[in-house]
Design a binder for this molecule. Structure first.
Ligand code: NAG
Ligand code: NAG
Ligand code: NAG
Ligand code: NAG
Length: 674
């Protein structure tokens, strides 16, 4: 009964005979009585020839899928015939799409339509369907050179369904670049008005029509709402990037309908298949009403997230599963709060249930087919502590082999991350078999660590790495520092938004202030005649260091580069000594950085980088994009007894979103004797 038998759906039998086990039609378990006391309906598969659909039905939820394309065209739940947007074409309601390019094609969107449906598993407790699209040299030009197997899984007595996708390519297929892959659900526009992506970012949202009537701001995603109708939202900004979340926190988001009270949620129990590690940010839900399950994208990294496949490259990866969870409340009282709380509770259950054991693909190993890596990370920095000390809540992860820090732009493999305890001890569980490098970084500590040597995880492995010693970048004692080395600019000065450009939901004290629109432009208002000057010992970085090193708009509407100054006193200088300026950046968008010591005009710069970074975190309200680190040698001869000034220039100024965010800056004196 529970064998994972494969049933090929016989299309010609639609509406005539239906040969699947346990599908007797009335939704009650039949022929199962002796086996089970469960009284919930079994999961059934109904063909519907007339409409070219198949239906997955467990008595709680009915999911209608186009046949054989495998788009989700209808979700019936709690008396609502379709939670999806019936005003959209059926193929434009619930689908998987890609953005890809090649030397011949650039940035094309490819909506993945299956061409063959297979019943992978049907036991009454589990129904799993596959909708496969195979690539061949004769495929249309718009089809990315990948085989894509879209899967849908429904469980008995489960309020929702699961979806995942297996991407595969063979050596010899055309080269190409995969920019984005996601599942998209467009919800019933007449019902879903309230959106939740975190405890604080929850609100009644504008409608798509409100956006259409609004005033376009600096780029198409940002609109100033201007709705004069009763109850319409007026005078607020909407921008989908204000609802971005880091992968490590993006476990549940979605929408709530008020009448009746129904929630639609995207639950992502693990980000093992997401690209770029725990701090990668991506879109969640946004006005539409739309809910996304992002599998991969280049958001907040740009071309550094390049996922390019050469002709020789073969590849296979499973994205997901994610769960589409539905819930309902019998009364409207506090329905928003209750449904959000229940969605979070369900997310916790799904996380505890990961990796799922009901997925039939052999490409998705269950827990028993995975391994564990543990150890303890110690830090050696004699200028902080004469003894080695345990890393405090370190991020520890496994990703494809690469240089230290390479995980943040790694896009082809799986990543498995955890946080250590306060003493650096860590256990990473449920690692898929494979060859990895172990990477860590530690909030409060500069730099990246990589364990030298590959780690080969096999099914059932339990690898204890023992003690790992991280020597973070350090040449000498700290003379002064600005910020906290945590890969974010959140501790710096984040201005209030322009009062005419507010999103009310971000006016909270929970760290979302930096997501307001237009903060970059406040720099010119704060520093109209001169640029930022920071005086060590007098200034306070949370008030006096602007969160982004931005350009300045001039009267003629061109943009001007800016040079910031760091002033500090040295009582004594070793003129033959070697000082070090450690500079960690939280973001860069088509920027350069140049340092000059005590002479703004000198051509002799201590560091000038090429143009780097495409993470676009300034425009997209990220408080960080990708991390960059520079260690700059400063000969003592450049410094002087008494007051010193470092001039920091970002010379590129084509527009308002170009610039840098700092993470942390530290000046170190010459090494002292141990
Ligand atoms: C069905 O699911 C609900 C909610 O998870 C649970 O409370 C109930 O016990 C389940 N019923 C059966 C018969 O398993
Ligand atoms: C960390 O080490 C301290 C000192 O040995 C100990 O008191 C504490 O319980 C340890 N923390 C954990 C989570 O094991
Ligand atoms: C580690 O693994 C990578 C990728 O599998 C491989 O290219 C590299 O040679 C390996 N390094 C060592 C030291 O085995
Ligand atoms: C810096 O400013 C912040 C915000 O006003 C304040 O909380 C903090 O105490 C100040 N730090 C110092 C050292 O004065």
């Amino acid at each position: 009964m529970n064998s994972r038998s494969k049933w090929l759906l016989p299309l010609m039998l639609f509406g005539v005979v239906f040969p699947f086990p346990g599908s007797s039609g009335d939704g009650r378990p039949q022929g199962n009585e002796g086996r089970s006391v469960i009284s919930t309906p079994i999961v059934q598969l109904h063909p519907n020839a007339r409409d070219g659909q198949v239906v997955m039905d467990n008595g709680l939820v009915r999911v209608r899928l186009s046949y054989p394309e495998g788009e989700v065209i209808g979700i019936s739940y709690n008396g609502i015939d379709n939670l999806l947007d019936v005003k959209n074409r059926p193929a434009n309601r619930g689908y998987l799409d890609l953005v890809w390019g090649s030397t011949e094609k650039d940035g094309a969107t490819d909506i993945v339509h299956g061409t063959r449906m297979t019943v992978i598993q049907q036991t009454g407790d589990v129904l799993e369907l596959s909708f496969l699209r195979k690539w061949s040299p004769g495929s249309p030009r718009g089809v990315a050179p990948l085989n894509i197997d879209k899967r849908y899984v429904m469980l008995r007595n489960s309020s929702g369904f699961y979806t995942y996708a297996i991407f595969e390519r063979e050596a010899g297929w055309p080269e190409f670049d995969l920019g984005q892959a996601r599942v998209v659900f467009k919800l019933n526009r007449n019902k879903f008005h309230y959106m939740a992506v975190s405890d604080k970012r929850r609100r009644v949202m504008p409608a798509a029509l409100d956006r259409a009537r609004g005033i376009k701001l600096g780029y198409p995603e940002a609109v100033l709402l201007n709705d004069h109708s009763d109850g319409g939202i007026k005078g607020e900004v909407d921008d989908k990037y204000q609802y971005s979340v880091e992968s490590q926190n993006d476990k549940v988001h979605g929408w709530i309908s008020q009448d009746p009270s129904v929630g639609f949620w995207m639950i992502t129990p693990s980000y093992e298949f997401r690209t770029g590690g725990p701090t990668k940010q991506d879109l969640t839900s946004h006005v539409g009403p739309t809910t996304l399950g992002m599998f991969m994208s280049d958001h907040y990294g740009g071309r550094d997230f390049n996922t390019y496949f050469t002709v020789q490259e073969s590849w296979k990866k499973v994205f997901g599963p994610v769960m589409i969870y539905l819930n309902s409340a019998t009364s409207n009282a506090n329905a928003y709060d209750r449904l959000w709380a229940d969605a979070k509770a369900q997310m916790t259950k799904e996380v505890a249930n990961w990796p799922y054991n009901f997925i039939s693909s052999s490409d998705f190993p269950p827990s028993s087919g995975r391994g564990t890596v543990s150890g303890q990370l110690m830090i050696h920095d004699r200028y902080i502590n004469t003894e080695d000390f345990g890393a405090n809540f370190a991020y520890v992860g496994l990703a494809l082999p690469g240089n230290a820090g390479s995980w943040q732009t790694e896009t082809k493999g799986y990543q498995f991350w955890t946080r250590s305890d306060e003493n650096g001890s860590f256990v990473i569980k449920n690692i898929r078999p494979g060859v990895y490098n172990l990477f860590t970084w530690v909030p409060g500590i500069l730099g990246d660590y990589k364990y030298e040597g590959n780690i080969s995880v096999k099914s059932g492995s339990d690898i204890n790495m023992g003690t790992l010693l991280f020597n973070p970048p350090r040449q000498g004692p700290t003379l002064w520092e600005i910020g906290i080395p945590d890969r974010s600019a959140a501790e710096f000065y984040v201005p209030d938004p322009n009062p005419s450009l507010i999103n009310e939901v971000l006016l909270n004290d929970y760290g979302d202030r930096f997501r307001q629109y237009g903060l970059w432009a406040r720099y010119a208002e704060l520093y109209p005649n001169s640029d930022l000057t920071y005086t060590v010992g007098v200034s306070n970085y949370s008030k006096d260091w602007f969160y982004a090193h931005v350009t300045k708009k001039m009267d003629d509407s061109t943009f001007s580069p800016t040079t910031w100054q760091i002033k500090f006193d040295l009582h004594h200088v070793e003129f033959r000594g070697r000082y070090t300026l450690q500079v960690a950046l939280a973001s860069s968008t088509e920027a350069q950085i140049q340092f000059r010591f005590n002479n703004q005009r000198t051509l002799r710069r201590q560091l000038t980088t090429p143009t780097f970074g495409w993470d676009n975190a300034i425009a997209r309200h990220g408080i960080h994009g990708l991390y960059h680190f520079y260690s700059i040698d400063v000969p003592g001869s450049l410094l002087q007894q008494g007051s010193n000034t470092i001039y920091v220039t970002q010379p590129k100024a084509l527009g308002p979103y170009q610039g840098l965010m700092y993470d942390y800056i530290r000046l170190e004196g010459p090494p002292t004797d141990a």
